[in-house]
Design a protein. Structure first.
Lengths: 174, 412
């Protein structure tokens, strides 16, 4: 019973402790990606074929009319969201020369699947490109018990690579 | 003659002056008027162009404002949906069991589970998880033939203590085994769940209490929980049966609590290694009734490499008490191996072998099983399998069977 009381006390103390969920702010992510000088945001409008392809990748419509991104040279950065099991996972993705350079979980709110935010999982995505069928050119090994979070990140990786191909930064940098 | 020539010269000059060419040449004053007129027209065009540009800018601003308003509205409604979440899963089974004792043949169709999840985020640090399950189609009411249960399998609050440390309190799934915490039908092979995680680990296994969880970037995590314990029967057909000891937090006797701990490593993608230990201070909640304390040890490995995967699990109970020892049920254990192969993204084949030594005669058997899962959507699964069960005891040999099962399941 004493142990139970100790745990309950920890629960109460928990209400004044630090928060989980936000691991990196969007501003910090962009500053890191663009060496402290992120460019002006641009947008990709989700309409026509772009909207249809994004929906095919996600399995549902992306819940916005347009998606903001930041581009410089051949590099674009994206901040996208997708629900894992119950709650949205906010992910920052960097595409360089049509290749996924990095994927980072900025906010994670699910009860399980925390592994997907660590390097031992996200490093698998580095260097991934899209095939003609909008699939990743490699197999991503999952996390047992975190299937839905893993799928969410795979979908966002494919979406970022596809959206990048729809920007001027995919070809000749403006 | 000279006068005549002068006359004709003057006449020619007058005629030339009267030609159309000389008539179109404007005077300076006329030129000035023309320029003034053209300038006015240019100004008017400029003005029109500016007005058009202003309208275009205004239209852009309005469109931007409209999009932003829609995004804001979505964000506001998104806040609500961010805070409250609904999900669920369900599975329908068809079982065709051909037993050695034909009186035990079974052909039935069962809405085995229909489950709804409800979650709510009170703030960034406190959230609720809940799961309401209807089993076997519902519960009997007004003489209807329903043979199921309505159960609250989860209803707990989770608190963030630190970035990698959480506490929880309420009714929660115990951190034991592979399936107990994650058992949506599309995530495992077989129409029926494996029997080790039913007979030895009584999944789905939930208790009321409090717990702590921590995890690290290396891939290690741990769980500790203090919770209500088992209340295993000590007599009757289900004597010493672990699964019959679940109190399901329905006025559960909390005289003697239980303690569960788990360590898990998932630091390599595709790999999970875990071990759990649970101590039941009195597995029946009653002193001197033939069963005292109990200890559960469970360990498992899950490995996936490309299309190949393997699950392996071992679990063992050891109970103290004169009655349970006399019945030979003081040690209950089981294990299974499950290799699988996915030749396509939407198709998986598997085989499973399990060996179980439970308390009852019918809970001591080994079983072979093969089957397939087909996923028309990642969250929807169609299943088919064949099972062959062979009991250890001759007294239960009539229960030996071959079975063919079909299932359909989903989660969202």
């Amino acid at each position: 019973m004493r142990n139970l009381l100790t745990l309950l006390l920890l629960l109460v103390l928990g209400t004044s402790a630090s928060a989980r969920g936000v691991y990196q702010t969007q501003d910090d992510f962009l500053a890191e990606v663009f060496a402290g000088a992120p460019p002006q945001a641009a947008v990709v409008w989700l309409r026509g074929e772009v909207k249809a392809t994004a929906a095919a990748i996600l399995g549902h419509d992306y819940p916005a009319l347009r998606i903001r991104y930041w581009g410089k040279g051949k590099r674009t950065a994206w901040i996208l969201e997708e629900i894992g099991k119950e709650k949205p996972i906010t992910v920052g993705l960097v595409v360089d020369d049509n290749t996924l350079r990095s994927i980072r979980v900025l906010e994670f709110r699910e009860s399980r699947g925390w592994e997907v935010r660590h390097g031992f999982f996200t490093d698998q995505f580095s260097g991934a490109r899209l095939t003609g069928g909008q699939e990743l050119d490699r197999s991503i090994d999952g996390i047992s018990g975190a299937t839905l979070s893993v799928r969410a990140l795979e979908k966002l990786a494919r979406l970022a690579l596809y959206l990048h191909s729809q920007t001027p930064f995919a070809h000749d940098p403006p | 003659m000279k006068r005549v020539m002068i006359f004709f010269s003057l006449l020619a000059g007058l005629l030339m002056a009267a030609t159309p060419l000389n008539a179109a040449t404007p005077t300076v004053e006329e030129l000035w008027n023309i320029i003034q007129k053209q300038q006015a027209e240019i100004e008017a065009l400029k003005s029109q162009q500016q007005a058009t540009e202003q309208k275009a800018v205004a239209a852009d601003e309005k469109a931007e404002a409209a999009v932003e308003a829609m995004e804001d509205t979505a964000a506001v409604s998104g806040n609500w949906t961010d805070k409250t979440h609904i999900g669920g899963y369900g599975e329908l089974h068809y079982n065709n069991i051909d037993a050695d004792d034909s009186s035990r043949d079974v052909k039935d169709m069962d809405l085995h589970r229909f489950v709804m999840f409800f979650g709510h985020e009170f703030n960034d640090r406190i959230r609720l998880f809940s799961e309401l399950e209807v089993e076997h189609g519902g519960v009997e009411a007004d003489g209807s033939p329903l043979d199921g249960e309505v159960e609250v399998e989860q209803a707990y609050l989770e608190f963030d203590l630190k970035e990698n440390l959480q506490a929880r309190g309420g009714v929660f799934l115990l951190p034991v085994g592979i399936l107990n915490e994650t058992h949506e039908p599309a995530t495992f092979y077989g129409v029926e769940r494996n029997d080790v995680e039913s007979i030895i680990i009584p999944s789905t296994w939930w208790e009321g209490g409090a717990g702590l969880s921590g995890h690290y970037a290396s891939g290690f995590s741990w769980d500790l929980a203090v919770h209500s314990g088992l209340k295993m029967p000590t007599s009757g057909d289900n004597a010493w049966r672990v699964r019959s000891g679940r109190q399901k937090i329905s006025n559960a006797n909390a005289e003697d609590l239980a303690y569960t701990g788990r360590v898990k490593y998932t630091g390599i993608p595709g790999l999970e290694l875990a071990a759990s230990l649970q101590y039941q201070s009195d597995a029946s909640q009653v002193g001197s009734d033939g069963i005292d304390d109990g200890l559960l040890f469970e360990t498992h490995a899950v490995y996936q490499n490309g299309p190949f995967a393997l699950r392996a699990l071992y679990a063992e109970w050891n109970f103290d008490g004169s009655g349970v020892e006399a019945a030979g049920a003081d040690e209950q254990k089981g294990w299974y191996l499950e290799p699988s192969f996915k030749p396509r993204k939407d198709l998986g084949l598997y085989a499973r072998y399990e060996d179980i030594e439970g308390a009852r005669d019918q809970d001591q058997f080994d079983q072979w099983e093969v089957g397939l899962n087909y996923w028309p959507h990642e969250a929807v699964v169609l299943k088919a399998d064949y099972r062959n069960r062979d009991h250890d005891l001759s007294s239960a040999s009539g229960r030996n069977f071959d079975a063919f099962d079909l299932g359909i399941g989903y989660h969202f």
